[in-house]
Write a protein that binds this ligand. Structure first.
Ligand code: M6R
Length: 368
């Protein structure tokens, strides 16, 4: 079943171009409008939403952080993102106009399930973003967007995550369509960008040997840091989680702007730091990231830059460059996460760990 691969995880990373294509399938009507087939909430209900709370755990939570950046930008609805286990036990403020979005690959995560039950009792609507047809979370939700990634066997989520991102973007664009916060051609332009993603992901996977060589070089690292900004920040968190859970190496993700508020004290000679560099644009994100990279490099960090190809600003600050296709900043997580997945998978494999069944972990966490 592994199709000749050593690990399900590796196979699932390589399946991501197809998974993204499947997640996008059938989402447009003949006239070009977006449609979500199991969106059982009426347009009026969606127009009445005055707050969104995304709840999830682990990797799905990081997908939720990306969803916040996209939905707030496109729809101008306030979005909170919260770990399901924290949400459930803190008496959150929920009304009939709160839309709770539960993201779960398995659809069986007990923490997330308890959180949606709590939200529904309070009268809020719940929409599930889920990969597993007929699982408990979508069954107990008012609406669902299935991610269509196909079965994910490896404990570490890969194609599950990437399709959660796609579903989150589709939700944001659909809300923008219903609420009129974007023009139809703007929505179409983003959907067109999404439809180019399978080809971009394939390009990244075709370059896997460069990442595997990097993993071999860094296999004795005792700690690895990940920096990002904006939509790249959740990618940094996800890169760190993958390394912790698979390679059992200490890893932390930080928002680059936070460095000077503490984490920069960790930087020492030779410490590997992956940096997700935002695409060049009209905002200052890119330049601010470059100055963070200069700061850590001056203190001895080994900088591994995930950066759009042909970015002339970075060459002199990079110990290694991992080129990314040029995509809009909000969609960059889709491409930036792939090299980090490949890196963690390969490093864990080189260290002799069971990549598909890391110690102490279960694929779906059905206890609170
Ligand atoms: O099935 P779910 O998406 O609800 O699972 C949530 C987390 O348990 C899961 O993402 C976990 O963090 C993975 N091991 C990450 O690779």
């Amino acid at each position: 079943e592994k199709d000749g691969h050593d690990w399900f995880m590796r196979k699932e990373i390589y399946e991501q171009p197809q998974a993204v294509a499947d997640a996008l399938l059938g989402r447009r009507t003949p006239s070009g409008a977006l449609q979500l087939d199991e969106m059982r909430l009426s347009e009026q209900e969606l127009r009445d939403v005055d707050k969104i709370i995304v709840i999830a755990c682990g990797t799905a939570f990081y997908a939720g952080l990306v969803a916040k950046y996209a939905i707030e930008h496109w729809c101008r609805i306030p979005v909170e993102v919260e770990l399901a286990h924290e949400f459930r036990y803190r008496d959150p403020i929920l009304t009939a106009n709160t839309l709770v979005v539960a993201i779960s690959q398995s659809g069986e995560t007990a923490d997330t399930l308890q959180a949606i039950r709590h939200a529904r009792v309070q009268g809020s609507r719940v929409l599930a973003i889920c990969n597993t047809n007929g699982s408990t979370i979508p069954r107990e939700s008012d609406a669902v967007i299935y991610t269509h990634a196909g079965p994910e066997i490896g404990v570490a989520s890969t194609k599950g995550f990437i399709t959660q991102l796609v579903a989150s973007y589709l939700l944001g664009l659909y809300l923008a369509q219903v609420r009129g916060t974007m023009f139809g051609d703007e929505i179409t332009a983003v959907v067109n960008d999404l439809e180019e993603m399978p080809a971009h992901l394939q390009t990244l996977i075709d370059r896997k040997d460069e990442i595997y060589a990097l993993a071999a070089e860094l296999k004795d690292a005792r700690s690895v840091l990940f920096l990002g900004r904006h939509a790249g920040y959740p990618v940094a968190l996800e890169g760190a989680l993958k390394l912790k859970e698979l390679a059992y190496i200490h890893a932390e993700g930080f928002a680059a702007g936070e460095l000077k508020h503490g984490p920069i004290a960790l930087i020492e000679e030779g410490l590997p730091v992956f940096c997700v560099v935002p695409p060049r644009g009209r905002d200052q994100l890119h330049d601010k990231m470059i100055s963070a990279i200069q700061e850590i490099r001056a203190r001895g960090a080994r900088t591994l830059l995930l950066v759009e190809e042909d970015d002339p600003a970075v060459a002199s600050y990079a110990d290694s460059v991992i080129p990314l296709p040029r995509v809009p900043v909000l969609l960059q997580p889709l491409v930036a996460v792939v090299p980090l997945q490949l890196f963690a998978c390969e490093l864990a494999s080189l260290l002799g760990h069971d990549v598909d069944q890391p110690r102490n972990l279960a694929k779906s966490v059905t206890v609170e």
